[in-house]
Design a protein around this ligand. Sequence first.
Ligand SMILES: CC(=O)N[C@H]1[C@@H](OP(=O)(O)OP(=O)(O)OC[C@H]2O[C@@H](n3ccc(=O)[nH]c3=O)[C@H](O)[C@@H]2O)O[C@H](CO)[C@@H](O)[C@@H]1O
Length: 365
Amino acid sequence: MKIVVSGGGTGGHIYPALALVREIKSKDKDSSFLYIGTEKGLEKEIVTREKIPFKSIHITGFKRKLSFDNVRTVARFLKGVRESKKMLKEFQADAVIGTGGYVCGPVVYAAAKLGIPCIVHEQNSVPGLTNKFLSRYVDKVAICFEEAKQFFPENKTVLTGNPRASEVLNYKGKEGLRKLGLKQGVATVLVFGGSRGARPINEAVLKVMSELREKPYQVLYVTGEVHFEQVAREIEMIGNPENVVIKPYVNNMPEILSGVDLAVTRAGATTLAELTVLGIPSILIPSPYVTNNHQEKNARSLSDHGAAELVLEKELTGSKLIATIDSVITDGKKLDAMKTAARAIGMPDAADRVYQVIKDLSKKN
Ligand SMILES: CC(=O)N[C@H]1[C@@H](OP(=O)(O)OP(=O)(O)OC[C@H]2O[C@@H](n3ccc(=O)[nH]c3=O)[C@H](O)[C@@H]2O)O[C@H](CO)[C@@H](O)[C@@H]1O
């Protein structure tokens, strides 16, 4: 099968696409791939590192308010559709998969217009504009939360889960943590603000950095690439506690997650798929700056079942953060109950489920 994958902007749309590529490769040795993204998103670097052929189009998102920029965006969309059609024809794509972000708009739309079987994968409980628009044209919509069903045509929607969940299950043990300089046999808290980092989380962590020194656990603190320099400057003044390892970004997150006891993070849907399938308890601080506040809805689907503690950004302070971490990590019973609750939500066979949807579609054509 010749498959075109498109999705981008942030890690939450890219990693599910890559996990799916790996799943298809493992089941269909003759499969080949083309990834269509943008030059600006995180996808160019991440996808090229994986040695998957990458081509780009230029596209921006629609503004929700009336704006002249939207006229430009329509023009870019139409140009993107023309470019995508050319790429899809040249590559002779058998199927096209969009995993979210502006870029998959023109690519998946072009596929539908050319009559190439196509699907979109929606990671969130509340979909973004692009996937809602595309759902009218695609053959199938793969979703990860039951709650997302109501936003899409009923006859096209299939609950599959997030392929990245299946992928992280391939990793075991604490070797990833050891490679980053963390100790064996000590409880580990991973703190990160999604794929791009989050300033409010960084500010809260910096406020309690000195207090962390006294704690019986160690912390892997991932700042986000763009925030790293600023954090490093502040750490120079505060001092870096021995039990805190600070990194701008980690490229081997699955290897890291397998050794983590508690995660403190935003509530991006791909992160949540990883945490639940691995049974990792979490403290979730949803980003309030996303479409329809979807991260809070994502987060509540875990906290309502006892798999996570929810801290709203407006309530976030250094002392609230450290008190919440302590209340979970030092209470073995609570930790175990959260693990079990998280695992019950996880969808380990998601990658295979999405693969089956694609296979069935390409058989019909
Ligand atoms: C601001 C914004 O619009 N965020 C959206 C974006 O978030 P974002 O890109 O942050 O998405 P997620 O939190 O869902 O996923 C982040 C991914 O990056 C990985 N990772 C993260 C940090 C790191 O150092 N290394 C690393 O590999 C994580 O393991 C995970 O696989 O896409 C998600 C999935 O559609 C949405 O739910 C989020 O609302």
